[in-house]
Design a protein around this ligand. Structure first.
Ligand SMILES: [Zn+2]
Length: 150
């Protein structure tokens, strides 16, 4: 299980829809809670079908985490093809380190964990996503002026 707000998922879907290439970035947060997504450049030679995170961005995020910032929980990338599952290529690229992988495709977001012997391609286990309760149809924030539904 991982907590990620509906709003953050919507942001990723919108960013993916606005790009013909795969978008990619890092997921920052604490424990099981994804606090934010950090967009990174896709350095792949064929970005329409592959992604390659900017290693400088990854280094910087890990450095910030060591300095007390949010942890690097994993990464996200989009599939312009619309396939919501990690590809065999993703499986080949993923280290079985338990990191979180979000796939943005077809107007939705799916969550996976890179593990040894995962059910998908031997590398990915599906992860349930839960809204973090900060947005959506839960109780309105105390004294807050929450945006009204249209
Ligand atoms: Zn992929």
């Amino acid at each position: 299980m991982v907590e990620i707000s509906i709003r953050l998922r919507d942001e990723l879907v919108a960013a993916a829809a606005a790009s013909a290439d795969e978008i990619c970035g890092l997921l920052l947060g604490r424990g099981e809670h994804v606090e934010r997504a950090l967009p990174c450049r896709n350095l792949a030679a064929t970005p329409a079908t592959r992604f390659e995170l900017d290693p400088a961005a990854l280094l910087a995020a890990h450095r910030a985490a060591r300095a007390g910032g949010p942890a690097v929980l994993g990464l996200y990338h989009s599939h312009p093809s619309g396939d919501v599952r990690p590809s065999p290529r993703d499986a080949a690229d993923a280290a079985p380190d338990g990191s979180l992988w979000l796939i943005v495709a077809g107007g939705q977001v799916t969550a996976w964990r890179a593990v040894e012997g995962g059910a998908l391609h031997g590398r990915f286990a599906a992860v349930t996503m839960r809204d973090d309760g900060c947005e959506g149809d839960g109780d309105p924030p105390q004294g807050g002026d929450a945006p009204r539904a249209e």
